[in-house]
Design a protein around this ligand. Sequence first.
Ligand code: ADP
Length: 493
Amino acid sequence: MSYILAIDQGTTSSRAILFSEQGELLHVAQEEFAQYFPADGWVEHDPKDIWQTVVNSCKNVIKIANITPNDIKTVGITNQRETTLVWDKHTGEPVYPAIVWQDRRTANKCELLRKDQALVDHIKNETGLLLDPYFSGTKIQWILENVDGARDKANRGDLLFGTVDTFLIWKLTGSKSHVTDATNASRTLLFNLHSQQWDEKLLDVFSIPSTMMPEVLDSADEFGIVDESIFGAETPIQGVAGDQQAALFGQTCFAKGMAKSTYGTGCFLMLNTGKEPLLSDHKLLTTVAYRLNGEPTYALEGSIFMAGATVQWLRDGLKIISHASESEALAKQADKQNKVYLVPAFTGLGAPYWDPDARGAMFGLTRDTGINEIIEAGLKSVCYQTKDLQKAMESDGARPTTLRVDGGMCNNDWIMAFLSDILGANVDRPEITETTALGVAYLAGLQSGMFSDLDELSAMWSVERTFEPRLTKAERDTEYDGWLDAVNRVMTK
Ligand code: ADP
């Protein structure tokens, strides 16, 4: 038997997942690691933890499956995006912990830079992104400016930058490959979507020497060979994509108009917009969906901060449920006349509002409101926010034709049914909801020749359940208008 090993390096844990040559998910090993919050708004990971949990998970999955490392024909890597590492190219030692995508330490810097409208426009037009601390650019700059000696070393060509994929490939290949793929590159704030190369002007603006930057490869490509010392076999790394792009690929959303929405802690809606980058007028991000044979396919992306996290708040904050899954039965029992709206702006609002100062609120409480109604309002808020993103995409001229869902929350039938109701569109839940790992398994399998083309992959995707809308347009509009009114009341600008 031959296997594909998918490494999924996430924000809170690393996982190794073994797939068969037919794309069946066989075994999973997982290890969590520590989060560090050294100051308000700062989030860091120890690079050693990232590396060690990946190696442990890979070794464990090989053990659990009872195979030899030689049985693994190809490796794929998907990862938390934007998280920034800088290391010494001679010693391999990171000069600073990994600065995680959630980290807001460069917020003031971004605020200042945003006064330069020409720069804001350049960033939007060339990278498809917003000038925000979320992306890697200002994080690299922060390291160079704040770590003793880093600037001098960088100027001498002694430091390398990488997102997590690049760091892992560098370590896995015994320091031989300093590379990334186009999807990860497109989250750095430094990658020009049109030329598909690092943007010289932006490297200059952020004072980042080009010698630090990895080579940008396709998403299915030759990223290097895993050194024999690591798992006991030399195996090529042949598929790489950032986590959300990998999920889009795993959902086989290969045609323009196909979209996937991942409901984990947050929610990420990503729509395939085809061969040309579509710039948003509604604060959505334009990004590389995947790049094959040198040809990029683009996507529009919108993110919501609080999806599953709203359910966590019902559980841990309000303590009105003891397990996330309980929310389903209780929401079903809510009063049919319930008009409570919960706006979960606990950490501000994401796309399409981007209001970091907004805070959460509940509206429409009456004497009849009980915990079931509050739970229902919490679950509905996730669906309304998806509708906001759907609307924004439509206004940008890109209407999603298909929506495929994944992530922990998509197992909640009540949420998926209401999602379909409020969107007025079918919602497809696939058989395999581990779409992120599946996406890079597909990419690696394509490059290694196990799969012949995208059509073969599309044929392997299968639906577990389709949710169809039950509300009339008038009912849908009334429900949604109530949400828009509630959001308006929490917005600060
Ligand atoms: P992540 O990858 O972001 O950690 P997961 O995809 O594992 O997230 O999904 C976990 C999230 O989904 C949690 O926030 C949890 O509250 C929520 N969740 C899981 N199962 C359910 C369910 N049956 N109903 C509602 N929410 C759920």
